[in-house]
Design a protein around this ligand. Structure first.
Ligand SMILES: Nc1ncnc2c1ncn2[C@@H]1O[C@H](COP(=O)(O)OP(=O)(O)OP(=O)(O)O)[C@@H](O)[C@H]1O
Length: 265
């Protein structure tokens, strides 16, 4: 799917504010994610990226401002509410439960029950159906180098584990997938696989917000790059119009971006 910048943003914020005492973590931040794109969010430590992502995923309730999903105002008071609306977040650390198998991980917290009375009254899990759907999703995303869906996740490599987390988000994220530093703990080869997977998810129609400190990764996969500084967007650039050093300069305040450039980007 090609990014559609003439459409209504899938996810948008206007004038979002979050204060922690005297610290303003989100300072009237605007943000837009368009259909079909990978939008990277970058910024220096403490710029407010996590706070923004938490607001978008229901983990933080903003003090002011608005969030729009498909153009409609929304508010979430918990990550569960954001998930129910199709916003799925893959956190770096809480990606998977090692002791569980792949299928169980994919359906963790959203287990399918058997049809009829076995499910509705006896709450029996539909293991076969979950395994079938898990296998299909993993195959669809090119992850079936992992042969055995009932293999414990602790026996997988870091990249494969991240793959399971990405597959889970693709399975349930109906509108948006947010990925927080998905390659941070991975080696070169594994990072490559996960980056390809991220592109695959985008190409299948789910827009992605990618938070990363890894500039080469950002510049490789992002369609646009939202640069966050001092609690708000300093600029939105693309890998075609700006270099990595431009992005770092904007991030640190060494390069000023005029209002019109910000608007045009
Ligand atoms: N729960 C909190 N209580 C108090 N201050 C907070 C809290 N969470 C974030 N902050 C402050 O808000 C500001 C933005 O933090 P945030 O974690 O959003 O930045 P970040 O860009 O994600 O940083 P990093 O890249 O280091 O993770 C920082 O000054 C931080 O100290």
């Amino acid at each position: 799917m090609v990014a559609q910048y003439d459409k209504t943003p899938v996810l948008q914020t206007k004038n979002l504010v979050k204060r922690y005492g005297s610290v303003t973590a989100i300072d009237h931040a605007d943000f837009e994610l368009y259909p079909g794109e990978i939008l990277a969010v970058i910024g220096d430590n403490g710029a407010g990226k996590s706070s923004l992502i938490k607001a978008l995923s229901g983990a933080l309730i903003p003090d002011e401002g608005e969030i729009f999903l498909d153009g409609k105002p929304v508010s979430f008071s918990s990550p569960m509410e954001a998930r129910a609306l199709g916003i799925e977040t893959v956190y770096q650390n809480l990606a998977v439960s090692p002791a569980l198998n792949i299928a169980d991980n994919l359906f963790l917290g959203r287990e399918l029950l058997k049809p009829g009375i076995l499910g509705s009254v006896f709450r029996m899990l539909d293991k076969k159906e979950m395994e079938k759907r898990a296998r299909n999703k993993m195959a669809e995303l090119g992850l079936m180098t992992i042969q055995n869906i009932s293999q414990a996740v602790e026996s997988l490599s870091g990249g494969q584990r991240q793959g399971v987390a990405v597959a889970r988000s693709a399975l349930f994220g109906s509108k948006v997938v947010i990925m927080d530093e998905p390659t941070a703990a991975l080696g070169v080869k594994e990072s490559r696989r996960v980056l390809n997977l991220i592109k695959e998810v985008r190409d299948r129609g789910l827009p992605i917000i990618l938070i990363s400190h890894n500039m080469p990764h950002v510049f490789e996969v992002a369609d646009r790059i939202h640069i966050h500084r001092l609690g708000k967007r300093a600029a939105t650039v693309t890998p075609q119009t700006h270099t990595m050093s431009d992005a770092v300069a904007i991030m640190t305040g060494a390069m000023e971006v005029s209002g019109s450039e910000e608007e045009a980007a």
